[in-house]
Design a binder for this molecule. Structure first.
Ligand code: ADP
Ligand code: MG
Length: 292
């Protein structure tokens, strides 16, 4: 492409809230055949809210939520915010946990009122030598609604579960449809449970999912696809997404996301929704098409 046509394209992109870092990002974007999207904050609003608290026999809702929220006071995860706000809305008092520890991609642990408490997914339970069998059916019901389920452990026993829902952005379904039409294969990568991921993917017509993914796995998944000859764009918003955004042929950051994600990306979507990717793809096609 000529410098002039690239300047025109990046200018038009900027007007539409699509910031293209350089000519290379635009040129590469035209060759992309696969788009990996992070779920939370990219497909969804990234503002989960608490929708259910289900205690095990011998425990009650208020107790389970108090324990969960007390632990989450120490975490900055969007899930933590949902749980703390949920407790607050219900007038449940929390207390800061001692010996707080965050386990990446799994959950949080600590001491609440002198007793060991943990909150997280099945992988966290497994680390503690526990399973979710007793709450399995209830957990699956919530996951089939696309909700994220976390288990509350007190004194090394499962005391209940909490479920949060993170609505899909209004703009997501139409954007994915348009990207499909433009010939992209769409893969959703998420740290969330497989069943939850499948429920969300089914609603959105996503081609493929990678669930239970740890942050460091995302870059590896991209590398593997590249080794198979795929040209991969990755869209994400989180601090954890930065290595994957850098590994991708083109990284696409949500302008509403973390600064480090934006720095690692070739394209930034100022409005933080996937409409911008459709726009970028069309611009890339028009610009590159011009000179062939
Ligand atoms: P993603 O950002 O892709 O949704 P994460 O890697 O941040 O995924 O988290 C994966 C899973 O680990 C979550 O779905 C949740 O079950 C568990 N988890 C992570 N952080 C927390 C937390 N602070 N509190 C409870 N659960 C957590
Ligand atoms: Mg995210």
């Amino acid at each position: 492409a000529t410098p002039m046509s690239i300047m025109t394209a990046t200018g038009r992109g900027a007007q539409a809230g699509v910031l293209i870092k350089n000519a290379e990002a635009l040129e590469r974007f035209e060759t992309i055949d696969t788009l990996i999207v992070d779920k939370t904050g990219t497909l969804t609003e990234g503002k989960p809210r608490l929708v259910a608290v289900l205690p095990q026999p011998g425990h009650d809702e208020a107790e389970v939520l108090r324990l969960a929220a007390s632990l989450e006071l120490g975490s900055e995860h969007p899930l933590a915010e949902a749980i703390v706000r949920g407790a607050d809305d219900r007038g449940i008092a929390t207390e800061q946990a001692d010996e707080f520890e965050a386990v990446t991609g799994k959950g949080v642990m600590g001491m609440v009122g002198g007793r060991p408490v943990a909150l997280g997914n099945v992988a966290l339970l497994a680390d503690l030598g526990l399973d979710a069998v007793a709450l399995g059916a209830k957990a699956d019901e919530r996951r089939d609604e696309g909700e994220t389920v976390m288990f509350v452990v007190l004194d090394r026993k499962v005391a209940g579960l909490v479920a949060v829902a993170d609505p899909v952005k209004e703009t997501t379904p139409a954007a994915l449809k348009a990207l499909h039409k433009l010939g992209l294969r769409i893969i959703m990568a998420t740290g969330d449970n497989e069943r939850t991921a499948r429920a969300v993917a089914a609603r959105l017509g996503i081609d493929e999912i990678r669930a239970g993914v740890l942050p460091e796995d995302k870059a590896r998944i991209i590398r593997e696809l590249q080794e198979q000859g795929r040209k991969v764009a990755m869209a994400g918003d989180g601090v954890n997404d930065a290595p994957a955004l850098a590994q991708a042929d083109v990284g696409v950051a949500m302008g509403t996301g973390a600064d480090v994600a934006i720095e690692s990306a070739g394209i930034t979507l100022v409005r933080g929704n996937l409409d911008g990717i459709v726009r970028a793809r069309r611009l890339a096609r028009a610009t590159m098409g011009n000179i062939r």
